[in-house]
Design a protein around this ligand. Structure first.
Ligand code: NIG
Ligand code: FE
Length: 387
């Protein structure tokens, strides 16, 4: 057992809400880490002794980022597609099939090496909890190995066999849905906590999506949904109707979608890296928050629509482009992500929580949006271990 005291914290974001401050902000504070957890939080002047002491020198401390939506296991990249988009070629979900080809061709060790590089990127940028989806294998064996390799680095693995219908099933899509809801699900469920479906024109219909989520739920998985990304659609209403933990993208929403989310426990997870990289309109976070919807921010790190692992970038985009305040954006990237993953041990700093802590090279969390592109993550602890 080791204890570490982080003291002289100028601004501490705890996310333990008070009536006037959802971020539970403390000044001149200290945090005591005992082994993997937080043991004490309070005024620096009253801090207990510890074996190690870290002097924050007036800088800001926030909870580690919770990135609740990534696709980190894949082969190849699609820089050529990005380049073409920037000269006017629109984003299409069909690009997913190119990554499917590259992922199937990669060995387990090649996938692991790529994954390790990306996980190191996430950690260096302050992400201490992350979810990973399958969905670039789309055969029983390839989906199973994606889920297995993802489970080596996170407990938050999502089975996304229903990402798109693979080319070899193009004219027999019903058989593909049978496969996803049968043999593929049974192979992936032991490595997974979640089931997801891309409910969108060009991917899976409402009926197909419902079948897939219900099969996953019957197999013991919890539901989440990709929806309303490329146009208006059924993703949000489906997610709410199956009590999904989260519906992700939410770029095109009707008033009924917003009302349904507001009356539910389903989080709206916004992924502004996608709009940045596909030149689509950003989702309207202000509209959602004002309606009482819980909003999370995530990176959607994947080689097609958003090849970035940076939660600070998501915060900067959410503030600049989506009407969120800096406090709301930091909350959404930490506590919001934890809600989207139904986790209560991360996303906040309080006694008993996991010691996932980020020390910023800045006096306040506002700097995450105010200084976009600047590496402000100075030190990161995950489960009490300095990364
Ligand atoms: O979340 N929307 C569907 N899936 C990914 C895109 C994956 C890709 O283009 O390879 C997403 O944006
Ligand atoms: Fe995604």
């Amino acid at each position: 057992m080791t204890t570490t005291l982080i003291t002289n914290i100028g601004e501490l974001t705890t996310n333990v809400a008070t009536p006037s401050d959802a971020c539970g902000t403390l000044s001149d504070a200290a945090v005591l880490i005992d082994d993997a957890d937080i043991a004490w939080i309070g005024a620096a002047a009253e801090a207990p002794e510890a074996e190690d002491v870290v002097d924050a020198a007036g800088r800001a401390v926030i909870p580690g980022f919770v990135d609740s939506h990534t696709h980190l296991v894949f082969g190849g990249d699609r820089a050529d597609e990005f380049e073409a988009r920037m000269t006017g070629t629109p984003y299409a979900a069909g690009g997913i099939r190119r990554t499917v080809g590259a992922t199937r061709a990669a060995s387990d060790d090649e996938l692991r090496a790529r994954l390790a590089t990306l996980v190191a990127e996430l950690h260096a940028q302050g992400t201490t909890t992350f979810e990973i989806k399958t969905g670039y294998g789309l055969t029983v064996a390839d989906e199973e190995r994606m889920a297995r390799i993802a489970a080596e680095v996170t407990p938050e693995v999502t089975f996304l066999g229903a990402h798109v219908v693979p080319a070899e099933y193009a004219d027999r899509r019903e058989q593909y849905v049978d496969l996803v809801t049968g043999e593929m699900l049974r192979a992936c469920a032991p490595h997974s906590r979640w089931v997801d479906v891309f409910c969108e024109r060009g991917a899976f219909s409402l009926d197909e999506s419902r079948r897939i989520l219900e099969a996953g739920i019957a197999e013991g998985l919890l539901a989440r949904v990709h929806g309303n990304q490329l146009g208006h659609g059924d993703g949000v209403s489906l997610a709410v109707s199956v009590a999904a933990a989260s519906v992700d993208h939410c770029t095109y929403l009707s008033d009924a979608d917003v009302a349904a989310l507001a009356g539910s426990d389903t989080v709206a997870t916004l992924l502004p890296g996608v709009e940045f990289s596909t030149r689509q309109p950003y989702p309207d976070a202000r509209r959602l928050i004002d309606a009482g919807v819980t909003v999370a921010l995530a990176s959607d790190c994947n080689p097609g629509s958003s090849f970035t692992s940076s939660m600070p970038l998501m915060i900067a985009l959410a503030v600049r482009e989506m009407g969120m305040t800096p406090a709301e954006a930091v909350w959404a990237a930490t506590a919001g992500g934890a809600r989207a993953l139904r986790r209560d041990d991360v996303g906040h700093l309080s006694p008993g929580a996991r010691a996932d802590i980020v020390l910023l090279a800045a006096p306040t969390r506002v700097h995450l949006a105010y200084r976009p592109g600047v590496p402000l993550v100075s030190r990161v602890w995950r489960g009490g271990i300095a990364l």
